[in-house]
Design a protein around this ligand. Structure first.
Ligand code: G6P
Length: 489
């Protein structure tokens, strides 16, 4: 807190992310209805103590007219949100194109576009130009709302150009940048045509954060190998200017899940599900329908398990919630049909007149339904091919206080570094290994289940999203103070 006329003034925090934590639906020329997403990141950032936080981002809708923009801006202000308006063309080139067809797959080790994705890459340069333009549009909104002393916290791969735009505007701004995806090995990052420009602009930030120490190390190596800069234990140094680089593993608001499980409506739901699946073990997958989540590989592993363990065929069900995402990107459309095809084949092969082995839903669930589902699950399958952290694994653990189910977790998810001792770690590409782990999990003795659960539960309930956000903001403040002291010496 700063002091003003004897009264403490809360530290102002401007959170900048591609997406605002709301979904906005237009109800009339000048009226909007807003649905606040109460996800972990939102409660973490809005719950940081002694901070007055505002969120700047895209509302996810095209609002071409001024009347609509004014009305939406006003409605969002009540939710402490400030919109950045992006038109359809820029969304196509920046969000669908550069962010989700280039950076996202590359950072998850799926490489740059090849073959059919190449067609979209011919416009690589124009997509990168749109990316920079979009980042500048975010910067313009930040600059308009910035007050001296504010902390500006930029999020994710959509906004790698933002730290530079902000520092060009005001070198004294306290700027942090946090990546929610993996940062890949420098050998992967090297293939990106705009590799240097992106690294340099991220380095304009005072503090750069990642979920794991490995991602931070990859970033520092990319800066030393590609830019020829010096990596130090503190971060990256360029002509005496230090950018601090560190790991800040995110968590969840575990109390919110625990509280939900006490609600009568959720208890009713739990009972319904328990009856519905009586006599069968419940396995659960909850993922955005994204190629990094390894959904086809997971389902193939389940098929292998059923093939090799016929005694389990009518005693287990896999519930796969696949939340549609980025549906304008062709790669995601292809994935949807691929998953449907595999699920249909397996249900045809192992289903009976009264039951199917896989329930696949292409939609999201509301929070309470999700908590109930986590609570009745015996084995959760989180088999991402790569994942920055993966908070589904945390949410499952938080809801398993009573059941103490098993978590099968990809070794390529950031969460493997924190929940590795409690989970069964697997290589998601190895369908045989995952099938064996499913068998092991379903047959696991209760004392082993309890021991593993206890480990994970202790971690999830003590490393919360709020601690994560508070640590980052306080480190950012300290970093800036230390830098000022260094320049004075
Ligand atoms: C990942 C990214 C987030 C993004 C989310 C949903 O978790 O790290 O920045 O918001 O996916 O994707 P979407 O493209 O719908 O915003």
């Amino acid at each position: 807190c700063r002091a003003s006329e004897g009264k403490p003034v809360k530290q102002r925090l401007l959170v900048v992310a591609n997406r605002l934590p709301v979904s906005a639906v237009r109800r009339g020329e000048d009226s909007w209805s807003l649905d606040i997403s109460a996800g972990g990141l939102v409660s973490a950032l809005l719950g940081v103590r002694d901070v007055d936080a505002k969120w700047i981002g895209w509302a996810g809708v095209n609002v071409p007219d001024e009347v609509g923009q004014r009305a939406l801006t006003k409605a969002l202000a009540e939710k402490r949100c400030i919109p950045v308006f992006l038109d359809e063309e820029i969304v196509h080139q920046y969000y669908n194109g550069y962010c989700n067809n280039i950076l996202w797959p590359l950072f998850h080790y799926l490489g740059l576009p090849q073959e059919d994705r190449l067609a979209t890459t011919r416009s690589f340069q124009s997509q990168f130009d749109a990316y920079k333009r979009a980042n500048q549009m975010f910067a313009d909104v930040v600059n308009e709302h910035y007050e001296e002393g504010d902390v500006v916290w930029c999020h994710d791969y959509h906004l790698m150009f933002l730290p530079k735009c902000l520092k060009d505007f005001n070198g004294k701004m306290k700027v942090g940048w946090f990546l929610h995806t993996p940062f890949p090995s420098s050998e992967i990052h090297r293939t990106l045509p705009s590799r240097s420009e992106l690294l340099k602009s991220v380095l304009a930030a005072d503090l750069v954060g990642f979920h794991t120490y490995d991602y931070a190390r990859h970033f520092v190596s990319a800066c030393t190998r590609i830019l020829g800069l010096e990596g130090t234990p503190e971060g990256v140094e360029d002509q005496g200017k230090l950018t601090r680089v560190a790991a800040f593993p995110i968590g969840i608001d575990s109390d919110r899940f625990k509280r939900a499980l006490e609600l009568p409506a959720v208890k009713v739901h739990i009972n319904e599900l328990t009856q519905r699946f009586a006599g069968r073990k419940v396995m659960l997958g909850v993922d955005r329908l994204d190629m990094i989540k390894g959904i086809p590989q997971k389902i193939l592993a389940f098929e292998k398990f059923l093939e090799e363990n016929p005694e389990w065929r009518d005693k287990v069900v896999l519930l796969q919630i696949a939340v549609p995402t980025r549906t304008d990107v062709p790669e995601y459309q292809k994935l949807t049909s691929q998953v449907h095809e595999i699920v249909g084949r397996i249900n045809g092969r192992f289903g009976t007149l009264t039951a199917v082995p896989i329930h696949h839903l292409d939609r999201s669930l509301d929070f309470h339904a999700l908590c109930a589902l986590y609570a009745v699950t015996d084995v959760a399958l989180v088999t991402s091919l790569r994942d920055g952290m993966n908070l589904v694994s945390y949410e499952f653990v938080a809801c398993q206080g009573a059941k103490k189910g098993v978590l099968i977790l990809s070794e390529f998810a950031g969460a493997a570094q924190s929940l590795g001792a409690g989970a069964l770690l697997v290589n998601p590409w190895n369908v045989t290994e995952v099938a064996k782990s499913i068998a092991y999990a379903l047959n696991m003795p209760s004392d082993e289940r309890e021991k593993r659960h206890r480990h994970n539960y202790a971690h999830v309930t003590t490393h919360t999203a709020q601690d994560w956000a508070e640590t980052f903001v306080s480190e950012l403040n300290d970093t800036v103070v230390e830098a000022q002291l260094r320049t004075r010496q």
